[in-house]
Each structure stands twice: as C-alpha cells, then as structure tokens.
Ligand binder design. Structure first.
Ligand code: ASP
Ligand code: CP
Length: 326
C-alpha cells in the first residue's frame, strides 16, 4: 500500500507499528495491491467469525470514530457506526451537516481540524470529487473516503470484492457485467480498479451518455483488462458470473429531463434472469430505485442484501487495521 500519511504519533499499548495500514488514510483503491486485499479479507473473515460468536468485543475500546457525511447515506454511515461499536469504540455521528457549523460557512479543512481533535479517525462523504484528498492534506488522523462525489467509494469496492470472493470463491476467470450509470457511479469507478488486479473480463451495459469514463477505460486497458461495451444486456447475461447493477445517479444531473429519460433504462426481473447461469450473483451497492424488481429478492442469486452485510465486517477490518489493532 502506498504510504499516504506523514503521521507520527504516540502509540498506545498494543498498537502495531509494523502494520502497512496503521495510521494510513483510505482515499482511493489505487493504494491497494493484492497483498493488501488478502490482509483486509482475512481480518474481515475473523471479524465475521467474532461477530457470529460474541456479537461485539473490545478491540477498539477507548477509540472514537467520526462519521462526517455531507451527502445522504444509510449503509455506509450506519455500517461504519456498527463496526466501531461492535469493536468497543464509540462514534461521533454528523449525518446532517446543515446542523453543524458547516452551515455557518466553516471550510472542510477547519471542520476536519476540529473533528480530529476529538476522534481517532474520520469517515468522510462529500459531494466533491477529491474532497477526501483535500481533507487528508490537513488531517493528522486517518481519513476514510466514504464517497467523494462521482470520484471513488473505496470501502464499497473492498466490500464488493469481498462479496464476490465469499459468494463465488475466487475472482480470477470471472466475467463481470456492470450495468447502469457507469459515468457517475463512484462504486463502479473503484470496483473496476480492484477487479483489474485480477484476471477478469468486463462487460459494460449503459446508455451512451453514461459510459465508463474514457480515462478509466484506458487505465484498465493498460493493465490488460478485457473490456467490452455491450448494447444488449440479455445477450451477455448467459456468460455473466457477476451482474453489478447500479442506480442512475440523479444527484449528479443538472438536466432533470435527461435524468427522467434515462432512468429506468434497465430493470432486472425474474424473466430476464431465466437466461442467467445458475451459479452467478446479482449485486447492487444500493439504494435501488427500480433497477432490480423486488421479485428477484428471493432468488438465491440475489446477493445485494448479503453484500450489504459483508460491508460491516470489511469496515470492522479496516478500522482495526488503520487504528493498529488487527
Ligand atoms: N450508495 C452508493 C454511493 O453512495 C451507490 C448509490 O448511491 O447509488 O455511491
Ligand atoms: N452503498 C452505499 O454507499 O450506500 P449508502 O449510500 O446508503 O451509504
């Protein structure tokens, strides 16, 4: 993992100086290699086993996490909070910045400086691309990017990759079909980069105006990833191992008429899935707003609710690693 921190702090008893993750920011998936993924997933497995066995335990007792969300969230915010609490730590929850001094005009750097005085790490979601990097430039405590506008959502991509591994056993050799808003979808931007560390084939199914950014396609091509634009979802379904469905990101549109025109372009339903493999999974970072019909929920291949559950274990692992206790 690239060293993205100049933190030098006093280490309380029990913290592991040698961890590659200790005190590091988590800003982009580009900072991870396959060894890092193996470490995170191994710790996430342990977290899962511990939660199943004892529910919660005091690994991060005395530690405080700040959840700072400038954009709405259900899963990321509450799974980080649950992760911290299950590890015996506590959480400062700022879910609605309009009731914080941000509404008085306080800048992001000053907000970060304030909250790091009270906590050991900060999870940040913000509407601007690059905001997590900005925060990290001013922070002495680890910043965890929970979504920077249409940029990245690295912890989601880690849990997505963990989900694929848990559900299908491995990533190598898989065909992953990504559907929907590949232009604005930050989960997609992060996920494809982690998939590129493996031997996968990628299919892109999206309206013309919502294609994966050309720069990202070029980066993946340079990494040797086989990528194909696919005009017809039904045609690629039979060869698909992972169907990754996304929401058209309404909040990134300035022209609502355009959003209305495009929204609803793809709907996954039981009839469509009849041509899919028996051993494949349907994923979605959620929330869904009509892209997957509820009739699919009881199909064993529907992995999106399990995916959401894996998220807490992965976030427990990240907190333990970053705070030097794993
Ligand atoms: N929850 C994910 C995100 O915040 C996906 C979405 O909102 O569509 O990026
Ligand atoms: N997947 C995800 O980030 O969900 P939330 O937007 O609800 O946090």
């Amino acid at each position: 993992m690239a060293n993205n921190s100049n933190i030098s702090r006093h280490l309380p008893f029990g913290e592991k100086r040698d961890s590659r993750f200790y005190g590091q920011h988590i800003l982009t998936v580009a900072q991870f290699d396959k060894t890092d993924l193996a470490t995170i997933f191994e710790v996430a497995q342990e977290m899962r086993a511990m939660v199943q066995r004892v529910g919660s335990f005091d690994l991060l007792k005395g530690k405080v996490l700040t959840n700072l969300f400038y954009e709405p969230s259900t899963r990321t915010s509450s799974s980080f909070a649950a992760a911290m609490q299950r590890l015996g730590g506590s959480v400062i929850q700022i879910n609605n910045v309009q009731f914080s001094s941000v509404s008085k005009g306080e800048s992001l750097p000053d907000t970060i400086r304030t909250l790091e005085a009270y906590s050991d790490a900060i999870v940040l979601r913000h509407p601007e691309r690059g905001s997590a990097d900005t925060a990290a430039r001013y922070a002495r405590k680890p910043i965890i990017n929970a979504g920077d506008g249409p940029g990245e959502h690295p912890t989601q991509a880690l849990l997505d990759t963990f989900t694929i591994r848990e559900e299908l056993g491995q990533l190598d050799g898989l065909t992953v079909t990504l559907v929907g808003d590949l232009k604005h979808g930050r989960t997609v931007h992060s996920l494809v980069q982690l998939l590129a560390l493996h031997n996968v084939r990628l299919n892109y199914v999206s309206p013309e105006s919502l294609r994966l950014p050309a720069a990202l396609q070029a980066q993946l091509a340079a990494a040797g990833v086989e990528q194909r634009q696919q005009p017809d979802l039904a045609a690629v379904l039979p060869e698909t191992d992972v169907l990754y469905v996304t929401r058209v990101q309404k909040e990134r549109f300035t022209d609502m008429a355009e959003y209305e025109r495009i929204q609803g372009s793809y709907v996954i339903n039981a009839a469509l899935l009849r041509s899919a493999r028996e051993r494949m999974i349907v994923m979605h970072p959620l929330p869904r707003v009509g892209e997957i019909d509820m009739e699919v929920d009881n199909d064993p291949r529907a992995a999106y609710f399990r995916q959401m559950e894996y998220g807490m274990f992965v976030r427990m692992a990240l907190l333990a690693l970053v705070l030097g206790k794993a």
